[in-house]
Design a protein around this ligand. Structure first.
Ligand SMILES: [Zn+2]
Length: 317
């Protein structure tokens, strides 16, 4: 067995990258080679690279003499795996490769946009990044900030409102290392300001019409034993009334959840179990109460979303 064979069989975790069409050495008409940091050659076309990238256009500004039989080689800093992702993101005739991880997507987009200035891929690159909004909004926020995409950064910041970001309960987001402390502080400040407006929507109900309050149609209104009441609440137009204890339990729970995760689900099992364990004891509320609660949650969601939309993400990018 030769040394090179031995290398192939003893390092299964890092097999040598093999270029595929159209970047292998069979690439028809290729007139330049991009050599990756790990020494893999990609056969490409200067004209194609120049049309896509101002950086390559400047690099190839001095034409190679036609008489020179040697194809020039350009050393690049990307590994073969990332260079392949970078080229297959847009290169004509190249089958695209699925970018598996956010780390790979970040490296790919940084090379494409920040380093090689391939502007025309921005719409499709934003689309790719948005695919990760639900799974990892903090990482998407971090990458969007690096690429100075304020629209995607705001979408990611809004998505992060579903998480208890300031509770520090989960592991430190890996992509934090690619974000400045100032940028992360901006995200946390936005999260905190949104939490304040979201929690205030359930802590006080002056914004809500009395007829939309769950339990308002209870026929046991005058019987606090059949349907326990709590406090005196003020609603829109200075209407005042006590709340049913079961709806008050929901509001207390929701205020706690929203102060941690301002865009949390309002109909989570945990939250709904708070009123449902009490609601059944009233013969009237057990008939209509749940439906009234569901209708109120739609109004509450719209109120919270509207208030959150009024909060500015003070991002300096
Ligand atoms: Zn009742």
């Amino acid at each position: 067995m030769s040394d090179s064979d031995s290398d192939l069989t003893t390092a299964p975790s890092s097999p040598r990258f093999i270029t595929r069409s159209p970047f292998d050495d069979g690439g028809a008409g290729a007139d330049v080679i991009l050599r990756s940091s790990d020494g893999i050659d990609f056969h490409v076309h200067r004209l194609v690279l120049s049309l896509a990238s101002s950086v390559f256009k400047d690099m190839f500004a001095f034409p190679q003499p036609d008489s020179d039989p040697v194809i020039p080689t350009v050393q690049v800093s990307e590994s073969a795996r990332i260079l392949d992702l970078v080229l297959r993101f847009w290169y004509p005739g190249a089958e695209p490769t699925v970018v598996q991880t956010l780390d790979d997507l970040r490296e790919t987009l940084e090379a494409l946009i920040m380093k090689y200035d391939v502007k025309f891929v921005v719409p499709s690159a934003k689309k790719k990044l948005r695919e990760h909004l639900a799974d990892d909004p903090v990482a998407v926020f971090s990458i969007a900030c690096r690429l100075q995409w304020k629209d995607v950064a705001l979408e990611a910041a809004k998505e992060s409102l579903k998480l208890p970001l300031r509770a520090f309960e989960s592991e430190r987001p890996r992509q934090l290392q690619y974000m400045t402390a100032e940028t992360y502080h901006t995200l946390l400040q936005y999260h905190s300001e949104c939490a304040k407006v979201a929690a205030s929507a359930t802590a006080a109900l002056q914004w809500a019409n009395c007829q939309d309050i769950p339990g308002v149609n209870c026929t046991n209104w005058a019987d606090p034993i059949a349907c326990p009441r709590t406090g005196h609440w003020t609603f829109a137009h200075n209407t005042m009334a006590p709340l049913t204890a079961w709806f008050s339990a929901y509001l207390d729970g929701a205020t706690g959840v929203l102060s941690r995760s301002p865009a949390a689900r309002l109909d989570s099992v945990d939250l709904l179990s708070l009123p449902l364990t009490k609601l059944g004891s009233c013969s009237s509320c057990r008939v209509d109460g749940f439906l009234e609660l569901m209708n109120f949650l739609e109004i509450l969601r719209a109120k919270i979303d509207g208030d959150i939309n009024s909060i500015e993400l003070k991002l300096d990018i």
